[in-house]
Design a binder for this molecule. Structure first.
Ligand code: SAH
Length: 217
């Protein structure tokens, strides 16, 4: 990505952030390279720009947040997808997670239930050279006509496993989803073993904004 608003200073800060994330345990080089490339400050309100390269979540308007870079890296690593594979992201939000996956060479389908955020991301990402397929809708339902997906990543805390998403995974595909009540969720990976069977593993506690039903104007 070449953008005049991305200065050497930003690139330096991003290098430090990436090194911090590596030390916290992310070892997938494609993920680290993507974090080092995506200009996170351009996804945030300008009033918060000085926080862009701290490893923290931040408000993006409409009561939502841009996820913590470590969490974005952790979920991206858990997907275990290869370049050119198809990933469905639930919760476009700022579009930052989608940009990280695109830098990894993945084909990204992203769905958002809040119209304002959907419209904002749909304008911002192409300006930066990122071209996911954008959808406005309820991520609980997924995108049945575009599946099956090699991976599905949910970036909001889900109280239950959305059954529609399971059926949109290919055999061998993985659903990465924070599961639990609003206070905290357990990062869960559900792998489709064959047509009928799934296996589940867990990866520690996180706090996300809630995954809500339906859409919002
Ligand atoms: N991936 C985003 C994180 C945004 S926070 C980023 O990188 O910035 C989670 C997002 O999930 C919010 O924008 C919220 O509106 C959205 N969301 C919550 N429930 C949803 C649902 N059922 N379908 C689609 N999006 C949902």
């Amino acid at each position: 990505m070449i953008d005049s608003r991305d200065t050497l200073r930003h690139q330096g800060l991003r290098k430090r952030l990436t090194e911090g994330i590596r030390i916290k345990g992310i070892r997938n080089q494609q993920v680290l390279d993507a974090i080092a490339k995506v200009p996170r400050h351009l996804f945030m309100d300008s009033s918060f720009i000085q926080f862009a390269y701290k490893d923290q979540a931040f408000p993006i308007g409409s009561g939502q947040t841009i996820s913590q870079p470590f969490t974005v890296a952790f979920q991206s690593q858990l997907l275990q997808v290869q370049p050119n594979e198809k990933v469905l992201e639930v919760g476009t939000g700022s579009g930052y997670q989608a940009a990280v996956l695109l830098e990894m060479g993945i084909k990204v389908f992203t769905i958002e239930r809040q119209r304002e955020l959907y419209l904002k991301a749909q304008q911002l990402l192409p300006e930066m050279g990122y071209f996911p397929k954008f959808f406005y809708g309820d991520g609980y339902k997924g995108l049945p006509t575009y599946g099956p997906f090699d991976g599905i990543i949910v970036t909001a805390g889900a109280p239950i496993i959305p059954q529609d998403l399971l059926s949109q995974l290919r055999v061998g595909g993985r659903l990465v989803i924070p599961l639990g009540p609003t206070e905290k969720q357990i990062m869960t990976v559900i792998t489709r073993v064959d047509e009928e069977n799934y296996k589940k593993e867990t990866h520690g506690t996180f706090v996300f904004v809630p995954m809500l039903k339906g859409t919002e104007k």
